[in-house]
Design a binder for this molecule. Sequence first.
Ligand code: NDP
Length: 248
Amino acid sequence: MEQTRTAVVTGASSGIGAATARHLAREGFHVFCAARRSDRIEALAAEIGGTPVTCDVTDPDSVAALADVVGDRLDVLVNNAGGAFGSAPVAQADADEWRRMYEVNVLGLMEVTKALLPALLASGAGAILNVGSTAGRIAYEGGAGYTAAKHGTQVVTETLRLELWDQPVRVMEVVPGMVRTEEFSLVRFGGDQAKADAVYAGVAEPLTADDVADAITWMVTRPSYVNIDELVIRPRAQAAHHKVHRQG
Ligand code: NDP
């Protein structure tokens, strides 16, 4: 009998992570849904027949507990937990916000990867999928704390691929542009709904969490010798970070 494939999705309590957990479950994966908000991941896991794991990716003890629940074997890790906090120019930057962005987008990804790598290798065909951002490819005014962190995500991804070149694990990065998720911009602007809405103002069709989840699911379900190094995905209305077609 074929073994059920397993996946860990961090940041599964909302947005891209929750959508990815649903997509992977539909593909037949047993999904470990990890995030800090237990109520949300419990509801999601119940819906998709997965396992909720309350986990703060920036806390090594919490990550060790996640690895214990996952056990000896894992097929797919989606390092999705992340986010942006604030949008101040460098001259007015808040060091705490920068630190938090580095912690969740880079150190958290490192902690989870380290803890789950043995299980991914044990599967004989593991896949690590890091959720980067087009913010990790360019610079924009007011974005330095986040862009620096997401450039970090990219560089860690590339380094890991080089280091694991002779091991049975793929290392990939999905690189989304503008995605309209419920919380991303709200979190960034400290709960200011008007500022969050302005990000997407007049854009007829920003990407949805489902669009990115679909791309991630495609990447991790290619044959195990096919490594999609990076996949950049943007809405048609966003030809480049600063060139967004807005109506009205
Ligand atoms: P959301 O704000 O909806 O989701 C972020 C998720 O990360 C939440 O589930 C949150 O859960 C989790 N999270 C945050 N901190 C931690 C932590 N310390 N430990 C565990 N989980 C944590 O945003 P999106 O779904 O839009 O973003 C998901 C990813 O995609 C992020 O990495 C983001 O940087 C990236 N991205 C988003 C884009 C966009 O335009 N929306 C564009 C490009 C990339 P909880 O609070 O319950 O812990």
